[in-house]
Design a protein around this ligand. Structure first.
Ligand code: SAM
Ligand code: SF4
Length: 326
């Protein structure tokens, strides 16, 4: 289904929980966050009903995210139920990967296609400066488990944060030389406030690209520089994998946006960087029918904002990234 600006909206990103086993500095505070109580999270049954309705409203692709989606003890069941729905063409997940050694095979058997794994540095000592409770060995174990289970092609996600992990840009990009992975750099975005780090430590994709080219070599545009999903993709000479840049701040892709988010507490969030939400959980829990849910998705699609307004200094205020679902 198209929104009022002619964009086909067919990609639903579902946050399974706002909890996380890490505390990345740009994503959530170390302490003081109140988490959604378990009885307010959507159950596997409710998620299945929701995706059935989403499919009828035109959604084809589902991504599980969070918080850390693998903290849900029923994640394999959720994946199995959602992939069994006629019309769900692709099921993927964004994760920090730490629990993958335990569940990657079961996820693949349940129908998960591939995963994006978040790692902000290849230096075990400096990783926790950004990913506070992070551990590089655990990240590598997760990456290996994903490969062994066939959750491929793997994408690695990193946020370059000025003064914290500048050197990681080249180190991570080098991984693409001999791995069939896409190494992706996401621009730091402001949320829920925003915080000092989000405003003061942003680095543009262009600058990160420059650092990589200086240290490793030229990056050649793949796809003639067109978007692949939300990323602009490049390749180092002779590389097995690619390097992608996601640039919501310096080069917004709002005109091509095809996504909608479902927060852990059951709100349809119409744009990542705006506060507009519709309360789907209330409809679900007040006995709403399948038709009511389909209607809600259609309404959400119709009211999707044309784009974010960061350039005008207007920030989303109501949630952190971990609460929305990245
Ligand atoms: N826990 C999983 C993970 O870390 O991949 C899934 C959720 S996390 C919110 C998804 C992605 O959002 C991660 O790659 C993380 O780096 C990114 N992220 C979190 N806060 C961000 C921010 N303020 N700006 C840009 N990216 C952010
Ligand atoms: Fe957790 Fe992911 Fe946020 Fe880091 S970015 S705190 S791993 S939800």
């Amino acid at each position: 289904m198209k929104d009022q600006f002619g964009r086909e909206i067919n990609y639903l990103r579902i946050s399974l929980t706002d909890r996380c086993n890490l505390r990345c500095v740009y994503c959530m505070p170390m302490t003081g966050l109140t988490f959604v109580p378990n009885d307010k999270l959507l159950t596997a049954d409710e998620l299945e009903q929701t995706v059935r309705a989403a499919v009828e409203a035109g959604f084809k692709k589902v991504r599980l995210t969070g918080g850390e989606p693998t903290l849900r003890s029923d994640i394999v069941d959720i994946v199995r139920r959602i992939t069994a729905i006629d019309g769900v063409e692709e099921m993927v997940m964004t994760t920090n990967g730490y629990r993958l050694p335990h569940i990657a095979r079961d996820l693949a058997a349940a129908g998960m296609k591939r995963v994006n794994i978040h790692v902000d540095s290849l230096n075990g000592d400096s990783l926790p400066r950004l990913m506070r409770l992070g551990n590089l060995d655990k990240a590598w174990a997760g990456i290996r488990a994903a490969e062994e289970a066939g959750l491929t092609p793997i994408k690695l996600n990193a946020v370059i944060t000025r003064g914290y992990n500048n050197e990681a840009a080249a180190e991570l990009a080098r991984l693409s030389l001999d791995h069939p992975w896409q190494i992706r750099f996401i621009e730091l975005m402001p949320f829920g406030g925003p915080t000092e780090i989000q405003l003061e430590h942003y680095v543009s994709s262009e600058e990160v690209k420059g650092w990589i080219e200086q240290e490793v070599g030229p990056l050649f545009a793949v796809n003639n520089g067109h978007l692949d999903g939300e990323a602009r993709v490049y390749r180092l000479a002779g590389a097995e994998g690619t390097v992608g840049f996601i640039s919501p701040i310096s080069n917004p892709y709002c005109d091509d946006c095809n996504r909608m988010r479902l927060t852990a507490d059951g709100r349809l969030r119409l744009c990542l960087l705006k506060d507009d939400e519709l309360n789907l959980r209330t409809v679900l829990r007040n006995g709403g029918s399948h038709a009511d849910l389909v209607e809600m998705f259609k309404k959400a699609i119709y009211h999707k904002p044309v784009g974010h307004s960061l350039k005008d200094g207007s920030f989303a205020q109501n949630r952190t990234m971990s609460q929305i679902g990245g």
